[in-house]
Design a protein around this ligand. Structure first.
Ligand SMILES: Nc1ncnc2c1ncn2[C@@H]1O[C@H](COP(=O)(O)OP(=O)(O)OP(=O)(O)O)[C@@H](O)[C@H]1O
Length: 910
């Protein structure tokens, strides 16, 4: 045996012998036997093999043995399909590839060629022994390669050869008729075919051929399983069918062609029948179980494309390289396997597709971010339109309308997300467009403003006198105005925290989303609220929302002709800045048919001038006046902090909201200026400090800062019975109050601002304005004093016969208080300190509103909670004096004609 190369062969031979011992079947002795062999019982397998090997050792060269036996696969008609396993020798044989698809050393072996026969038998035995040894080592499952059956097979082959040899008595026979055909297939064939599976998969995305591997059913089915594991199969044209979780596998016993799997878009069709190898150690049932298992696993893999992909690569790479025991099958497989082509790479295609999808989505987003290209915008607008359309068809209340809009959009997204990711993209794009649209709307509005600003720079210094004595004097100057742009950039309509919960914001957003940029066509003009110097104010309903707004409509041409455009711009700029409970909220602004429109909060309570007319004696009670001026004071304080000097304070510009609180409006005469907040140290002016005086309402419980009880609010503004007889004893402030008053104080009053414009309303004009000495923020404190006076007395203090006399009175006449109605000393004192001819001596000129707030007139007032205070009662039958939208503009439907005419507004503005 030393002539056999390789220790493994020796081991295998022993193994064969050992296995043979267990066999009960014996063959007839072969040709010749040595004396050594005679020790073995004649007819035993050992005897036969010994005989055979002896003859081989005499006539066979080792090189021939090696070359012909160790590395071949056996194909016999009788033993087709016997199980195989990879032996170490086969691994070395890989280095010596044989031509594919042929049996290079498959000579016809017959009794006439004893050497060939012996060689074949020897090869067979060695090969089988090697395989069994390898199986023993490598295979975990003993059942997969039962040694007994292998030994039987060897013996059977051996016996067959011997029988045939004996039957022919050494006579030459026709090789083609009765010889055992031993077809030897190079092991290289199998790896190449096996390896071709992934190649085919990758080369041909739609089709690939899968074959059972040479390791028998197990390997073949494992390969199938692995393949099935990677793809979901459908039932068409396949014996392997997948229903709803069920599957069927039809095995055809005689089928020899490999299962042909067609992969179409990730779906596997098993075109041919799964081959069952009868002689395989694994049973058909095992194979079914394997397949079941793999299909079960595939169901888990389906939802994980990545896993599929990696699984595809990994598992197919791991296809055993050993040949199949059904050589015919293997050869057929080889023939059926197409040559690997440069692969179009399905995986990569998919990736590219994804990339294409991702890239296009990104592109879309980029496009919408920068400029909407026609195609993109078209698609997106359609999407946008669709989603909105579904909402408009629904009949839900306007307030909830937006909520349902967002719900609809989100639902739509969700449903689309669940159905198709592409749809999700679209939906998102639609969203992006909506946002973009809104942004563009804002930009266009902003652009309009800027454009207008460029056209009409803010500068004018002309005096305009109004017809009535109370009409505002508009001699507008911007000498100390800061740039509008800087302030405008910091504020926008959407940045109103105190009104952020206002449903009107939502309503406007809703309409913008539905119809694009706002225009007059989106409003039903209900009635005219008032007409001013630069525009007309209408009560308007936002279409389909039930939300009321006041729209100030200004004719740009008219403004330009009268050189009032800067005033309109100033008002718009200031309105955009504001966010205060006692100042108007600008919801939107737009230009429609050369009409500049400001959409503001509507105040149904009318203005204080009208309201005062409806009071007993045409004047407010002191508590009511105190309430109103207190709120006005807070509004003025806020404006001054923003660098806005109001300059047109009068009852007509103080509107009453539905809740009874006030709203200061009309900013077209306001001056914008710089304001430098400073920390001022308080100096003790015990004698002069008005705060030391006891106010008329100082017994109020509401002095407690934490008092928010409604019951406590009423006393804040309840009139205290004032006695005209005795002046009340002044109380000394307690220690805490003294300490508080000695603290440094933050002042944000535009004390440096100066303007030479002649602006305001005659009766309210401050002396410094009339004198033309230049004026600043103190003018607002003068007008504040005049306002309090008028609310308490029902008339202004310096009213003359005409405007000229009025102006003269303002400058030269001393302040006088009428005897009636009765007004508190503190009220008069405050008025006196405010209506000071010298602006520098005027209360508030140094520290602004803070000084005024400390006046005893306001003592006990909880400034922080004034919004929670109960406002003065409004008259029962309240008519705010707004002009009804009747003829000639009315159309009988309650709407002004301008609405019926769409954007072409032909109603009278002034
Ligand atoms: N938000 C509002 N809610 C209710 N009514 C309003 C509102 N705004 C203005 N009005 C009414 O419209 C009238 C004119 O408005 P406004 O004073 O703003 O216009 P104007 O042209 O600036 O007038 P002015 O000549 O006083 O400057 C007001 O007197 C008031 O009665």
């Amino acid at each position: 045996m030393g002539s056999f190369a390789g220790a493994c062969e020796i081991v295998e031979e022993k193994d064969v012998v050992r296995l043979a011992k267990h066999s009960s079947r014996y063959c007839k002795p072969a040709l010749g036997s040595s004396s050594k062999d005679m020790e073995r019982p004649v007819g035993s397998m050992e005897y036969d093999i010994d005989q055979l090997f002896q003859s081989i050792s005499i006539k066979q060269s080792p090189g021939r043995v090696m070359g012909s036996s160790s590395f071949h696969h056996l194909e016999t008609s009788a033993s087709a399909g016997t199980s195989r396993s990879t032996s170490p020798s086969k691994k070395s044989a890989m280095k010596k590839p044989f031509p594919m698809g042929v049996t290079p050393r498959s000579p016809r072996v017959g009794p006439s060629d004893s050497v060939s026969l012996k060689q074949a038998l020897r090869d067979l035995c060695i090969s089988k022994a090697s395989e069994m040894a390898a199986q023993k080592r490598l295979s975990k499952s003993a059942a997969a390669s039962p040694r007994v059956s292998e030994a039987d097979r060897i013996k059977s082959l051996y016996r067959q050869v011997l029988n045939e040899s004996a039957g022919r008595s050494g006579l030459p026979v026709d090789k083609g008729k009765s010889l055992v055909e031993v077809s030897l297939t190079p092991v290289d064939d199998i790896p190449s075919s096996s390896k071709s599976v992934p190649d085919v998969l990758e080369t041909k995305p739609s089709k690939f051929l899968s074959e059972p591997s040479q390791s028998g059913n197990r390997s073949g089915l494992q390969s199938l399983r692995e393949t099935v594991l990677l793809y979901k199969s459908n039932n068409s044209g396949s014996s392997l069918s997948f229903g709803s979780g069920d599957f069927e596998i039809d095995f055809e016993e005689n089928a020899t062609s490999p299962p042909h799997m067609v992969i179409e878009d990730g779906v596997v069709e098993i075109d041919k029948h799964v081959t069952s190898v009868p002689s395989c150690s694994g049973s058909k049932v095992d194979a079914e179980k394997e397949l079941e298992k793999s299909i079960y696993l595939s169901a888990r893999v389906q939802s994980e494309p990545k896993a599929v992909k990696s699984g595809l690569e990994g598992k197919l790479d791991n296809v055993p390289s050993s040949g199949t025991e059904n050589i015919k099958l293997v050869n057929k497989v080889k023939r059926n396997i197409p040559r690997p082509k440069p692969r179009p790479k399905r995986k990569i295609l998919v990736k590219k597709k994804l990339r294409v999808v991702v890239a296009s989505a990104t592109k879309m987003v980029e496009e919408t971010d920068t400029s909407l290209e026609p195609s993109a915008s078209q698609t997106l607008c359609q999407k946008c339109h669709c989603s909105l359309k579904s909402i408009t068809t629904e009949n839900h209340p306007p307030t909830n309308g937006l909520r349902s809009l967002s719900e609809n959009v989100s639902n739509k997204e969700t449903s689309k997300e669940s159905s198709n990711s592409c749809e999700v993209n679209d939906s998102r794009e639609a969203n992006i467009v909506m946002q973009e649209h809104a942004i563009q709307t804002n930009y266009s509005e902003e652009g309009d403003v800027n454009e207008q600003r460029r056209e009409n720079p803010t500068s004018s210094d002309k005096i305009i006198f109004s017809l009535s004595s109370k009409d505002s004097i508009r001699n507008y100057s911007s000498s100390t105005s800061m740039s509008e742009e800087s302030n405008l950039s910091r504020f926008s309509c959407g940045n109103k925290p105190h009104m952020s919960m206002d449903v009107r914001w939502e309503a406007i957003k809703h309409v913008k989303l539905q119809c694009g940029p706002l225009g007059l066509r989106h409003f039903n003009l209900l009635k005219k609220l008032g007409c001013g110097d630069i525009g007309t104010v209408y009560l308007a309903e936002l279409v389909g929302t039930n939300c009321l707004f006041a729209i100030k409509v200004m004719d740009n041409e008219f403004l330009a002709r009268r050189k009032k455009t800067p005033r309109a711009q100033a008002e718009r700029a200031i309105l955009k800045m504001l966010d205060h409970p006692f100042l108007p909220t600008l919801y939107a602004q737009f230009i429609s048919d050369n009409l500049s429109c400001l959409v503001m909060e509507y105040c149904p309570g009318g203005d204080l001038h009208v309201l005062r007319q409806k009071q007993l004696n045409r004047c407010f009670s002191e508590p009511a006046a105190r309430f109103y001026v207190a709120e006005v004071l807070l509004a003025l304080e806020y404006l001054h902090m923003l660098g806005v000097i109001y300059r047109d304070l009068k009852p007509e510009n103080i509107l009453v909201r539905e809740d009874g609180h006030i709203m200061l409006t009309d900013f077209d005469l306001s001056l914008r200026c710089e304001v430098n907040p400073t920390l001022l140290k308080t100096t003790s002016h015990a004698g002069k400090d008005p705060a030391r005086m006891s106010g008329p309402y100082n017994t109020s419980n509401c002095i407690q800062p934490l008092c928010i009880e409604p019951s406590c609010r009423v006393p804040c503004f309840s009139p205290r019975l004032l006695s005209n007889s005795k002046p009340r004893k002044q109380r000394r402030p307690d220690l805490l109050t003294q300490q508080f008053r000695s603290l440094p104080q933050l002042v944000a009053e535009p004390t440096e601002a100066r303007s030479n414009s002649f602006v305001g309303t005659h009766e309210y004009l401050a002396p410094e304005i009339i004198k033309g000495e230049g004026h600043g923020a103190a003018v607002d404190w003068w007008t504040f004093g005049v306002l309090l006076y008028e609310l308490l007395y029902g008339k202004t203090p310096f009213k003359g016969y005409d405007n000229e006399e009025t102006l003269s009175n303002v400058v030269f006449q001393n302040l006088k208080f009428p005897d009636s109605p009765l007004v508190s000393f503190q009220a008069k004192d405050l008025i006196r300190r405010l209506v000071m001819k010298d602006p520098e001596s005027r209360l508030g000129s140094v520290k602004g509103a803070a000084e005024i707030k400390r006046h005893p007139f306001f003592e006990g007032l909880n400034w922080a909670l004034i919004r929670c205070a109960i406002p003065p009662e409004l008259p029962d039958v309240y008519d705010n004096g707004a002009t009804e939208a009747t003829s000639p503009q009315g159309n009988g439907n309650g709407y002004l004609e301008c609405k019926a005419m769409g954007d072409h507004l032909e109603f009278e503005l002034f």
